[in-house]
Design a protein around this ligand. Structure first.
Ligand code: X90
Length: 277
């Protein structure tokens, strides 16, 4: 049985071992430029371009055809998208899933709404891979990953909310707080998959303390945790070190935000996904 895992590019994964995999890119538009969020994207160059770019910049989710192409000839497809509360990606993937199953009777597609993004999608993909390798029935894999998703939590700390506000994803009034030197917004993915601002922190020390407090309060007890950062290696290592100290058994990793998450998280941003108990 040929199984395939498909993620949209908000999952920050361009390759994946041991199982057939495809990443479907979102696109970042800025003036004359279209940045396709695939493995060839030069993230640094995109961020530099955006910094200089004075006009509007927007993003676009994949279309139904992009998903159909990614499903290819797999007999069972497990697809994970960014939260349906912030993007049309889940909708496009769901339409593609129906079309694919109509065109190929006997094949199966399940689309998971991650209700989150980035690191949570990586953790879900890893869970999928484990269950697929056990050769479990399709429905068992689906319910296993759904149950796992409910245990995943995500927080983020951003230096700027400019692109989120300019694209209608957070109110301008909330975004106005950032931009002042050293102020970071702290937020999380809510249970319904909405972006929820929960506080702010001024200065590196307070930010680190706030990140630790939130991660602990949201139920982290030493499982898998991924810190994705946008050009903030120092912040990510400081957080990883503090977490390893507090949770010596924690499986903590650092990675880079891809194109889409970098666009919205902006320089200095961190997105932290983890298993809660
Ligand atoms: O369809 C599209 O054009 C994509 C729109 C995506 C909008 C938001 C992406 C946010 C990414 C910010 C922090 C994480 C928030 C997660 C909340 C559920 C990064």
């Amino acid at each position: 049985m040929k199984s395939k895992i498909v993620l949209d590019s908000s999952g920050d994964l361009h390759s994946f071992s041991d199982v057939d995999f495809a990443c479907v890119p979102l696109i970042i538009h800025a003036g004359e430029r279209d940045f396709v969020d695939d493995a060839t994207l030069d993230r640094e160059e995109m961020l530099n371009f955006l910094q200089e770019h004075k006009g509007k910049s927007t993003t676009a989710c994949p279309g139904v055809g992009d998903y159909l192409q990614a499903f290819d000839d797999a007999e069972q497809v497990f697809c994970i998208t960014i939260t349906s509360q912030l993007s049309g990606s889940y909708n496009a993937a769901s339409v593609a899933a129906r079309t694919y199953q109509e065109q190929h009777p006997g094949r199966r597609v399940h689309v998971f709404d991650s209700l989150s993004t980035g690191p949570s999608m990586i953790l879900m993909a890893e869970k999928l891979r484990d269950l697929i390798r056990e050769a479990l029935p399709f429905e068992t894999v689906v319910s296993g990953v759904e149950a796992y998703r409910r245990k995943l939590k995500l927080i983020f700390t951003l230096e700027s909310l400019h692109n989120l506000a300019a694209n209608g994803r957070v109110p301008f009034a909330v975004a106005a707080v950032t931009g002042m030197l050293g102020i970071r917004i702290v937020g999380r993915a809510s249970e319904e998959g909405k972006l929820e601002v929960i506080g702010k922190a001024r200065g590196e020390k307070k930010l680190l303390a706030e990140q630790l407090r939130r991660i602990r309060d949201m139920g982290y007890a030493g499982g898998k945790l991924i810190i994705q950062h946008c050009e903030n290696a120092a912040g990510a290592s400081a957080l990883a070190a503090a977490l390893r100290n507090a949770f010596p058994n924690g499986k903590i990793r650092i990675g880079l935000t891809g194109g889409l998450c970098s666009f919205y998280a902006e320089r200095g941003g961190m997105i932290i996904g983890f298993e809660s108990n």
